[in-house]
Design a binder for this molecule. Sequence first.
Ligand SMILES: [Zn+2]
Ligand SMILES: [Zn+2]
Length: 105
Amino acid sequence: MKNMRDKNSTNSGFTCANCGRTVSPAAKTARNHCPFCLWSLHVDSVVPGDRAADCRGKMEPVALFQKRDEWTVIHRCEKCGKELPNKCAPDDSFEALLNLTALQQ
Ligand SMILES: [Zn+2]
Ligand SMILES: [Zn+2]
């Protein structure tokens, strides 16, 4: 659990709080959500990757939208209700993303 407390590292592996799978660091960007179930943790306050929030609630993926050619997942914190946009990673589960789109319809 060392990585969870390391504020200088925004690109570290973690264990998903929702599905329990081990998530390895992304190749390029800071990974802030689970590529398998898309759940995140409320650790960022304003900017994705700032790790400034101390809420640490589980964040549920609630919506998906496309901006230019980038896909963004909206996460809502179970604990405090805050919503944050997060860019999709290239290896996010396509199936999970599809499920999310289905929810919106
Ligand atoms: Zn997960
Ligand atoms: Zn929160």
